[in-house]
Design a protein around this ligand. Sequence first.
Ligand code: ATP
Ligand code: MG
Length: 449
Amino acid sequence: MAKLKTKTAFLCSVCVDDFPKWNGQCPSCKEWGTLSEFKVPAKKNGRKHEPRETKSLTDVLTANSGERISTGLKEADRVLGGGILAGSLILLGGSPGVGKSTLALHIGSGINRKVLYISAEESEEQVALRARRLHVNPDQLFLSGENELDGIISHIDRIRPELVVIDSIQTVMNSGLESLPGSPSQIRDCGQRLLEVSKQKNVTILIVGHVTKDGTIAGPKMLEHMVDTVLYMEGDDRYDHRILRSAKNRFGATHEVGIFNMDENGLREVANPSEMFLAERSVNIPGTSIYPSLEGTRPILVEVQALVSNANFGTPQRNVNGFDYKRLGMLIAVLEKRLGLAMGTKDVFVNLVGGLRVDDPAADLSIICSVASSTMDKPIGEDVVLLGEVGLAGEVRSINRLEQRLLEAAALGFKKAVVPAASVNDKVKKIKIDLYPVKFVKEAFKILF
Ligand SMILES: Nc1ncnc2c1ncn2[C@@H]1O[C@H](COP(=O)(O)OP(=O)(O)OP(=O)(O)O)[C@@H](O)[C@H]1O
Ligand SMILES: [Mg+2]
């Protein structure tokens, strides 16, 4: 490792001013005995600023075709807004073992261009073993275990790849800084340098990032601001499917999802996720209903299951998977107050089958009806889908993109849809599904039970 260049300075603990020399009294705030020594990283390799030229927008438009490079995975292309845009900086986050390196390797071989894969986290042999398992095309893939930023940049200059994968940003370091790899200052500095490289050399850089306990990418939030696209890979140990979500995209729609199945050969695309999520659907059992969710621009049908039973002790339990816990509490209160179902002594369990997590008020009607169905022990018809936001007065409020959701339901053979009256328009009426527009939850109950 290069020798760290640092200089000594003295920091006042009161006014936080720094000085090159020690003094008994702080020259700034005049407090006594407050200066202590600290090390300042040397200036970054004495890099000189080179002013950039100014260009006319017409010239830039002519020179840049806005070419999208396909990743070879349709699901990933969709999330990226139609493929990778040359010269963009992409951040891919996800919990440990979810499949970030796997996806990065699939993309690296799928784009069929020269790729430099920096595996600072794993040895080249480990990456090669994974590549063999995934049966990826090794022809244009170059590997390096380099973890020093200047080293990585010199590899980029030498190999001139079109895509660079940095796996992961937490293991890359700028040896000009004193802090350890993975520290906020290292991540910020390395992110900034990689941004410069991607824009100046028009090379796409895919940065893999670890996530913290609360699910956000570890390190300064600034990293997410710097990059063009932020992707998150989600998955649940209990299921084989993985969901790729875009949380930010300067060149495409956000909250778009791609769905994959993970097996020993890596990630396989799931062309029809609704079929996958409904594969083991329970029919004619009280407490289940179908809700057409919308993930990005993509409708996915999800089975909502509820189980209501008598609470044995004190406070009844409320448990939910895949939906907001507090919102479930609100829906139970609406059931109690507006629909006259006594829920105070009942345990309520709600599960969105398949490990999908939704943050969509349109799921309310399906959830409240599933809970009521289990409470009353009356099943909901197997060919019905339910949609609508439920308000505190027990009203069913309008939702977005009803047409898209119903098209998916009709395509999968559903015959009836209970929907908010306010969302029905001419386009929706043309869909081959019987519409039951409702204004209140109690009207939905009359139709269903
Ligand atoms: N032989 C195998 N068969 C099936 N699945 C496998 C096999 N080997 C690995 N996997 C899957 O791949 C996952 C690890 O993938 P990968 O290394 O890409 O994840 P990662 O997100 O990069 O992890 P890390 O955070 O450790 O870097 C494992 O959790 C497992 O699900
Ligand atoms: Mg990894």
